[in-house]
Design a protein around this ligand. Structure first.
Ligand SMILES: Cc1cc2nc3c(=O)[nH]c(=O)nc-3n(C[C@H](O)[C@H](O)[C@H](O)COP(=O)(O)OP(=O)(O)OC[C@H]3O[C@@H](n4cnc5c(N)ncnc54)[C@H](O)[C@@H]3O)c2cc1C
Length: 466
């Protein structure tokens, strides 16, 4: 259109969306980034927010601040619930406001959510770790469990409160279990009078037969040994079949079921792509895989829609993993294609992913890393992990305070970010699920007197009992 710069809409302020927007910095376009949160989230460190090492601000800087100086970009808060490929519009909502934003080029980077493999009701008792809300909820549950254990009069209740179960022995589960164990054994050891936090059980469960399956047998075995050394019980071949407020039931390969009594459970298994993928698939005819990822063209576009790019966790392409680098490189690639077309070049080249390796920490000073043909474990891998995470965090100020908090936690034994608000300590619903046994401990605040129950025969709409 004459006199109007091409309009690029980016959905999502995660790795894909943010890096795509930044890569379009000097391009002659107007960019509108729409995301349902006001921050960019560094998901790989969510477990450190949950276990009191980092503050939420350190891993979730404001998107508006990051892009404040990028004159061709504007940031809009809103949850996208419709994309019209034929009319080239994106519809987003915030509270009751609906906004329709037209585009000439669209980059969809809405990521993935937690998957409970068809058992969404597990979420209430075993939150996943996908957002700041999740991490703070878990912080409330973890620290709250120790608090309630200190108050518990009954031995069984105390044991249940001091048993932590992490489901999923991938990188997130290993990191989470390792940090809960360090919290119990190092940070909290001198702080309670009735309980000994070192007696806490930390159980890492997985239906698969190995820990860190994607890292290969050797690193998986190293990680398992190290987890044992720091007090994590690894239980493999254990498929979760039931989760409730006070425990979790698992089934082994022979179909034998057993129950683990535990109040605080963490779900770190399985992801499912943003529902926007299904929406795009329906209109473009692209396929969807079992995790809801959309089968994009080799150049990350949709079939018949060279103006629409999908990047990051939402895509199914040549088995690419759901990791930050796929999203970052995909976002930059999409931006490059848009710039090439503006310059009159044909575009359409296939996206080439450069695998920079993967790593996971197990405890302080111990990690595993797989980079190309090389495998590292222990302190060297941990130093690599440290350096890499600092490089990829957004913002100098966040890097600085993160480094400070890491010194507090790794050299010392403290945790700088243990604050849990009253709402969090009662963790929205977590402890309400405990029922009668725990009710007196959980409702300490005086509230209004409850209305007296009406006598049965006076209840509206009910027949009096015989
Ligand atoms: C706990 C955890 C640990 C991880 N650890 C590692 C690791 O160590 N190394 C690694 O490489 N990868 C790791 N990952 C994976 C990595 O974080 C993801 O691969 C990466 O974030 C994907 O980027 P993305 O841009 O596709 O999606 P995301 O970063 O998830 O961003 C999605 C964005 O879209 C927004 N959004 C979603 N739906 C809508 C909507 N309908 N409307 C508007 N906005 C929407 C979200 O608010 C968000 O801003 C980890 C992930 C998790 C959850």
């Amino acid at each position: 259109m004459a006199g109007r710069r091409p309009q690029v809409v980016v959905i999502g302020s995660g790795f894909g969306g943010l890096f795509a927007t930044k890569a379009l910095n000097r391009a002659d376009v107007d960019i509108t980034l729409i995301a349902k949160t006001t921050h960019h989230l560094f998901q790989p460190l969510l477990y450190q927010v949950a276990t009191g090492i980092l503050s939420e601000g350190e891993i979730a800087p404001s998107t508006r601040e990051i892009l404040g100086r990028q004159r061709n970009a504007r940031v809009l808060l809103g949850e996208v619930n419709a994309i019209d490929l034929a009319n080239r519009t994106v519809t987003s909502m915030v509270l009751d406001q609906v906004r329709v934003t037209p585009y000439d080029a669209l980059i969809v980077a809405a990521g993935a959510g937690q998957s409970y493999f068809g058992n969404d009701h597990f979420a209430r008792f075993a939150p996943g770790m996908k957002s700041i809300d999740d991490a703070l909820e878990l912080r409330g549950r973890i620290f709250g469990s120790f608090e309630l254990a200190e108050l518990a009069e009954d031995e069984e209740q105390r044991a249940r409160l001091m048993t932590f179960v992490v489901v999923g022995a991938g990188a997130t589960g290993v990191e989470m279990a390792g940090q809960i164990a360090e919290l119990a054994h190092r940070t909290l050891r001198h702080e309670f009078r009735r309980i000994d936090p070192r007696q806490a059980r930390v159980i890492l469960l997985d239906a698969a037969a190995s820990v860190l399956g994607s890292f290969g047998d050797r690193l998986g075995a190293r990680a398992k040994t190290r987890l044992g050394e720091i007090g994590v019980e690894v239980q493999l071949g254990a498929k979760v079949v039931r989760v409730d407020g006070t425990g979790i039931e698992v089934e082994d390969a022979q179909g034998q079921r057993r129950r683990i009594e535990s109040v605080c459970k963490v779900w770190a298994a399985g992801v499912s792509a943003s529902p926007l993928g299904a929406l795009l698939a329906e209109q473009s005819g692209a396929g969807l895989d079992r995790a809801g990822r959309i089968e994009v063209q080799p150049d990350l576009t949709l079939p018949g829609h060279p103006e629409v790019f999908v990047v990051g966790d939402m895509i199914a392409l040549r088995g690419l993993p759901g990791v930050a680098q796929v999203a970052i490189q995909g976002g930059r690639f999409a931006a490059g294609q848009i710039k090439a077309r503006l310059a009159g070049k044909p575009g359409g080249q296939p996206f080439q992913y450069k695998d920079k390796g993967s790593m996971a920490t197990i405890s302080r000073f111990s990690a595993v890393a797989s980079i190309g043909r090389f495998r590292f474990a222990g302190f060297t891998a941990w130093l690599m992990w440290l350096g890499l995470h600092l490089v990829y965090m957004v913002g100098f100020k966040n890097r600085l305070t993160t480094l400070l908090h890491w010194l507090v936690s790794f050299i010392g034994r403290g945790r700088a970010e243990r604050t849990v608000t009253e709402q969090q300590i009662f963790a929205r619903q977590a402890f309400q699920q405990l029922g009668g046994d725990f009710a007196p401990t959980l409702s300490p605040r005086p509230g209004p007197e409850p209305e007296p129950e009406p006598a049965p025969e006076k209840r509206a709409g009910q027949e009096p009992p015989d």
